[in-house]
Design a protein around this ligand. Structure first.
Ligand SMILES: Nc1ncnc2c1ncn2[C@@H]1O[C@H](COP(=O)(O)OP(=O)(O)OP(=O)(O)O)[C@@H](O)[C@H]1O
Length: 218
């Protein structure tokens, strides 16, 4: 049996003594697309922050590729990226935003990669490449932020409400981009969403959370 990409063992998160996440055991397989569903405050974002290494577990063990995340160097952290609900863009053009991570990593063919990443998220490169960050709608800005992450081909892409400000057609584009990232780069995805229909269409499995507990995996 292969080692799961991520395992959670007796994870307990609390804020000011109040339990917000309590997961006895969970394994996320490499190359899977996992949905996170649940009402407001059920712990979806808390779980994503743990998976993104932004928070450490108060109790329990979170393991990445077989060893506890507490022992992982920065290089491992960089394989995991989180797209938050209201992503931050650099106060520069769309091109500069998507090119940034590629430049930091010393990649070549940057313009071609930026062009392809825009197509992947359904934004016409000719129209959007040179736009400034303030010339974008909320949904467009979110897709630029997604393109900036997809272009880096992360091992794990975590997304918090990626379709919240998108119309049906754009949400469908995001679904295709997620599937394409897995097919082309082996990216594993964990996606939190209130749009259960969309979530079930994109995910292999959907984890249902309520008050910090897993109530169902379907
Ligand atoms: N920094 C914090 N300090 C105190 N409580 C927090 C903090 N962050 C989250 N919480 C609480 O933890 C619980 C879980 O929040 P979380 O953001 O994980 O829920 P969620 O399922 O993502 O909700 P939503 O669907 O509204 O985004 C909530 O009760 C929230 O109030």
């Amino acid at each position: 049996m292969t080692t799961p990409l991520i395992t959670l063992d007796h994870i307990h998160q609390a804020y000011s003594g109040r339990t917000v996440l309590n997961i006895e055991s969970l394994a996320i397989e490499s190359g899977s697309i996992i949905g996170l569903a649940g009402p407001n405050g059920s712990g979806k974002s808390t779980l994503l922050r743990l998976l993104a290494f932004l928070d450490s577990p108060n109790q329990g063990t979170l393991s990445f590729m077989g060893s506890p995340t507490s022992t992982k160097p920065g290089a491992v952290h960089r394989q995991v990226t989180l797209l938050v609900q209201e992503p931050y863009l650099l106060k520069r053009t769309v091109h500069a935003n998507i090119a940034y991570g590629l430049k930091v990593r010393g990649k070549s063919d940057i313009s071609t990669k930026v062009h392809n990443a825009l197509i992947e998220v359904g934004l016409a490169p000719d129209l959007f490449m040179a736009r400034q960050w303030y010339e974008l709608s909320g949904g467009e800005a979110q897709r630029v932020a997604l393109a900036a992450r997809l272009v880096l081909k992360p091992k794990v892409l975590l997304m918090d409400e990626p379709t919240a400000s998108l119309d049906t057609q754009s949400a469908e584009r995001i679904r295709k981009a997620a599937l394409q990232a897995r097919a082309n780069n082996g990216t594993s995805l964990v996606i939190a969403s209130h749009d259960l229909k969309w979530l079930e269409e994109v995910s292999d499995k959907t984890i249902h959370l309520a008050d910090g507990y897993i109530t169902a995996i379907k």
